[in-house]
Design a protein around this ligand. Structure first.
Ligand code: MIC
Ligand code: MG
Length: 303
């Protein structure tokens, strides 16, 4: 009963151990606290909480519209729905370095295991779209220093994302990554890498854990976990994938309902009531409640 049985610091230590394990850590994106339960049950190492998903779920584009308060609330909900470490997308940190510091503390309080802060200009864009801009190295370094300096739990993973690859090419991206690691970043998320060779080059450039973003319809081909492991990538996210899968199914079902007036044909594709109840552990709560009730009844009888 209750979804999380591990403390935030236990999850952070597990995240760090996973990153150091030599096995590529798989973090599918959960688009709700409920879907987080499935990610855990299927045996993945962690959960990614995507900025794009948080914005899109509100019916908004991913262009820096969501606020720290919204992101921290969602992070709290997702982190408390699972024993897995959660990595949350903190975009540009929601402002100047002082805002970045506040963001880190708010997300730390939310119970996440790690967060990433990127070097895009505010307002940010999806990393796989054209027209994004990056800040200069000094500004990017200040952001990372502010993030690292603000954390109170030394096990919280502060990851630096660089969007330089899509703006100025691979050599500039590896230079930027080195500067961000020197500024104290625990790990690097090089965005919009074009090939496995580029991941290998980034691997050679920095000696901290490396993240690969396997977002669909983006700039990178969809490499397998094994391919990424073979070039030394330590973790991989599938940030928006489960939202895309779910929304594809929702759209097909709505089309069928509109066309036929019934969802009967969709029932075999639906998660059953029993499976849903299993995921949220109705049985555990019922047992707990029964205990309280029978205790009260016994108590009443003896008084
Ligand atoms: C990883 C990402 O930052 C996200 O918010 O999930 C996005 C994903 C996407 O839009 O496909 C990104 O900028 O890559
Ligand atoms: Mg994002």
């Amino acid at each position: 009963m209750l979804s999380s049985t591990r403390t935030p610091s236990e999850k952070r230590r597990a995240f760090r151990a996973g990153l150091a394990s030599g096995t590529t850590q798989r973090f599918p994106g959960a688009f709700t606290p409920l879907s987080t339960r499935l990610v855990q049950e299927k045996g993945f190492e962690g959960v990614y909480l995507s900025g794009a998903v948080m914005a899109n779920e509100l019916g908004l584009p991913d262009v820096g519209l969501t606020t720290l308060t919204e992101v921290a609330l969602r992070a709290t909900q997702v982190a408390s729905a699972t024993d897995l470490p959660v990595l949350v997308d903190a975009d540009t940190g929601f402002g100047e370095p002082m805002n970045v510091a506040r963001t880190v503390q708010a997300l730390e309080d939310a119970g996440v295991a790690g967060l990433h802060v990127e070097d895009q200009v505010n307002p940010k864009r999806c990393g796989h779209l054209d027209g994004k801009e990056v800040v200069d190295e000094a500004t990017a370094v200040r952001r990372v220093r502010a993030a690292v300096g603000a954390r109170r739990d030394p096990d919280l993973v502060v990851m630096a994302r660089t969007d330089v690859r899509g703006v100025s090419g691979l050599a500039a991206a590896t230079d930027r990554a080195r500067a961000l690691v020197d500024a104290g970043a625990d790990a690097v998320f090089p965005e919009a890498m074009a090939s496995l060779e580029e991941f290998a080059a980034m691997r050679a450039a920095v000696d901290v854990p490396l993240l690969a973003n396997m977002t669909e319809f983006g700039r990178s081909d969809l490499f397998t976990v094994q391919q990424l492991q073979d070039v030394g990538v330590d973790m991989v996210i599938f940030p928006v994938s489960m939202l895309r899968v779910a929304m594809g199914a929702v759209e097909r079902a709505l089309d069928e309902l509109a066309a036929t007036g019934t969802l009967a044909g969709q029932v075999p594709t639906m998660q059953t009531r029993a499976r849903l109840y299993e995921l949220v552990d109705y049985a555990g709560y019922a047992a707990f409640d029964e205990g309280v009730v029978s205790f009260d009844l016994r108590d009443n009888r003896t008084s």
